[in-house]
Design a protein around this ligand. Sequence first.
Ligand code: ZN
Length: 205
Amino acid sequence: MSGNQRWQQAGRLEVFEHHDPAEQEGAGQGPDFERLQGAVGEILSVVDDPGRPDLAETPDRVARMLLELTRQQPFELTCFDNSAGYDQMIVEDGIAFYSLCEHHLVPFFGTARVAYVPREKIVGLSKLARTVDHFARGLQTQERITNAVADLLMERLSPYGVGVQLHAEHLCMSMRGVRKPGARTLTTALRGVFKDGPTREEFLH
Ligand code: ZN
C-alpha cells in the first residue's frame, strides 16, 4: 500500500463518529491512534528524512493532536425560562475559535458573533461560545460551522431569530496558494427576524 493510500485511509477515520469522552481520554492508544501514527510516518518519509532524530516523536504528537482536534465533544445546551420576558437581542461577540480546513487540513481561525432574540427560553452566555467550539471541531468549512451554530440554536431555543457571523483567516490562503496574509473571510447565517428589518440592521451594523 502506498503512503498516499494509507494517508487517505487514515483521513477517512471515523473521526466524526467517536463522541465518547472516556475514549478520548485514551487518545494516545488504540487502533485509530496507531493508524494515524503510521500515516504521519508515511508523510514524514516523503517530506523529510524520517530517520532524523528530531522527528522521532512527531508521528506520536501529530496523531494525538489530530484525534484531539477532530473529535467533537458532547455538550449540554442548558436552557432557562425567560422569566423576565426579555425580548431584545442578546449578543455574544469576540468568541475566538480554531478549526481545520477540510480541503487542506490546515487551520482557519478567528472570532464569532452569535446573537438571538429569545422567545420562551434563554441560554447561558458561555453556552453560545461552547456551541461555536463544538462545531469548530473536526474537518470543517467556515460556512458549515456558521450554519450549524444558527440551526442548533433555532432548534433548541425556538427563538424569534438567530444571527451568526464568523470572521476568519485561513492559513491555506495565507501560507500558500494566493498568499494573502491577513485576508479574512466573513460568513453570516441569519434566521427568523434576523433575515430582514431592524433586527438585521442592528446585528450587521
Ligand atoms: Zn483550505
